[in-house]
Design a protein around this ligand. Sequence first.
Ligand code: PLP
Length: 445
Amino acid sequence: MPAAHGSRLIRNVLCQHLPTIERAEGVFVWDDEGNRYLDGSSGAVVTGLGHADPVVLAAMAEQAGKVTFTHRGAFTSRPAELLADRLAELTGMAGVWLVGSGSEAVEASLQFALQYWREIGEPGRSRFLSHRHGYHGGTLGALSLSGHARRDNAEALVHDFLGLLAPWPYRYGAGRGDAEFTADLLAAAERAIVAAGDTLAGVVVEAVGGATGSVVVPPAGYLPGLERLCRDAGVLLIVDEVLTGLGRTGTALAVDHWGVRPDIVALGKGLGAGYTPIAASLLNERVLDAIAAGSGTIRHGHTYAGNPLSAAVALAVLRRTDELGLYAAARRAGERVRAGLADLAARHRLIGEVRGIGLLWALELVTDLEARRTDTPPGVLSSRMVAAATAHGLLVYPSTGGINDAVTLAPPLTISDDEIDLALGALDSALTDVEAALAVQPAAV
Ligand SMILES: Cc1ncc(COP(=O)(O)O)c(C=O)c1O
């Protein structure tokens, strides 16, 4: 065994010691030494339904007893058909293509966009525009859209689609009101769209920025404005809702908050909710009809896509989400989280901003509140916060883009008020610990 790594399993940080997970239930997970942690970020914003939901586990066992795999080229299956129907109903989209991960959903969305233009006789439209600080996945097409530290290693193979400033008021909008900031963002977006001309296939954005900067909620007018620009230019609007879709923000899609209707939507994470790897690319009528009227054939796909076991599990996740009224629960719980985080911000100078929507929240961490900056390299403060919160029994998720420090609080949508208070108490203690280590003075109360 390689001594420096202590394991044959390759981890993201090779020499990092990680606890071994033993079991999980509801919002809690336990390691093999009996330590309990509150899953305050639903893993990487995945386990929206909480762990070990008995109805989902029963559906999993029932489907496993019938058939777990068949190739989609040979058979369709009832769970996959029903899942597609339900997703279309929830989102208003016309067709559903199932895949295995969020990155695959983004890749498929790009390929559908390229196919759309080929089918209608404009194959020259092969470029995309995305936000300079976004994350769309770890595959090469998705990294081409991602302004994220993970891009560096693949730079030689990826495209530069990062033509749009991220709609991030705290970082880029200081000194301007939302209306002025939005107008500036949209004017710049319009210039980028015009400059791309008839090479542009579509604009690809997260509805709410997730992994890169942590919960970057755009100003209210931004996405509707971007939708208008796409419509005027005739290009496709592709929205990545892998992190935000299916209840995380309190609605089926986050874009529902702003009345935006994308041409293509990518879903992932919350669709399988940690019970199975599954994701989807959803097409509206414009795109699906063009393909149906053209070649009628999809020339991509992945072996495990739409397998009956994953489809049955995801269907059970959606049904449970309905039964438990989790969209409304997310909005209610989110309000308690918002108030609790605002209270923490009033007492901790380390918190530069509290931002969020639904049950998706982040704390921006700074050492200089007035200048909105840290005096440590990006990632240091957020790593310390994650470690301190973990020591107090709370799992939170750090910003990973390499540009700022923030932690995401996005617990399962099933979380109770008492569990929220427990999480807030752990965050309070963790902030106190990190501030003490940095010798940051607490805010005057
Ligand atoms: C918005 C967004 N899109 C795509 C992905 C990629 O999903 P996956 O890691 O399942 O491939 C992520 C993952 O964090 C994401 O946050």
